[in-house]
Design a protein around this ligand. Structure first.
Ligand code: PEP
Length: 251
């Protein structure tokens, strides 16, 4: 059975003191056995601290990005091996902000995905169409090519360490949410793509998260859809009370 997952992407927000405060709030207020697996992704500088703070809790820590090389002349970059040395075993790859602001192509992402999986990490792989593509009814084609080009080279075995996150770009940080029906339609399509490429077992077991302006007041309806297994949360993950309400939004 696939897992329900709620992951908070803190982006470039919160310095070490602010991160520490938010982590402590989460630690104090999270129920002992949440109905979803919970992840938080602070900035690199706070990762080790976050891991140390949360290591005796069910909350997992994820990085927001990584380089595909193990080491070398890549100023400003961080490898899978470095992340794992801090205790962090999960990485978000393919976020639309990385694609748009840092030129991350499907080709680069394929290398990152391979490097992370080979290192033994778990990958939260983000994909999703832009507004123009949605308006032009191209969203299914866009999503298909993003998956085919950057993650469908993995083996069936590798998919035990993959979480997918459908994040329509037009819904990220805009307050505009895909309707539960729009999310369900794409999630079901993606699950079918995975079944066709691998098999029904792989498709049934992979968690597919929705991301894009999920808030406490819309989470329940979105998470209630059959193929939506949780959320990747940006803005609303920065306030413990909102994030925890989303974590608790599963029926
Ligand atoms: C995100 O950046 O992954 C995201 C979903 O952001 P927000 O929830 O703020 O739309």
């Amino acid at each position: 059975m696939r897992k329900n997952i709620v992951a908070g992407n803190w982006k470039m927000n919160n310095d070490l003191a602010e991160t520490s405060e938010l982590l402590n709030h989460l630690k104090m207020q999270l129920v002992k056995e949440p109905t979803a697996e919970v992840y938080v992704a602070p900035s690199y500088v706070s990762l080790y601290h976050a891991f140390q703070t949360l290591k005796d809790t069910p909350v997992k820590v994820a990085a927001q990005n990584m380089h595909f090389a193990k080491s070398g002349a890549h100023t400003g970059e961080v490898s899978a091996q470095m992340l794992m040395s801090t205790g962090v075993n999960t990485v978000i790859l393919g976020h639309s902000e990385r694609r748009a602001q840092f030129g991350e192509t499907d080709e680069i992402l394929a290398k990152k995905v391979t490097a992370a999986i080979e290192a033994g990490m778990e990958v939260i792989f983000c994909f999703g169409e832009e507004l123009e593509e949605r308006k032009g009814d191209k969203h299914f084609d866009v999503v298909k090519s993003q998956l085919e080009n950057a993650i469908f080279h993995l083996s069936k075995e590798d998919w035990k360490n993959v979480i997918l996150a459908y994040e329509p770009v037009w819904a990220i940080g805009t307050g505009e949410t895909a309707s539960p029906e729009q999310a369900q339609e794409v999630h079901a399509y993606v699950r079918k793509l995975v079944a066709d490429k691998y098999d029904s077992e792989t498709a049934e077991n992979v968690s597919i998260l929705y991301g894009g302006s999920v808030k406490p007041d819309n989470a329940k309806e979105i998470f209630g859809k059959e193929d939506v297994d949780g959320g990747l949360i940006g803005g609303a993950s920065l306030k413990a009370i909102d994030f925890l309400a989303i974590v608790n939004a599963f029926e």
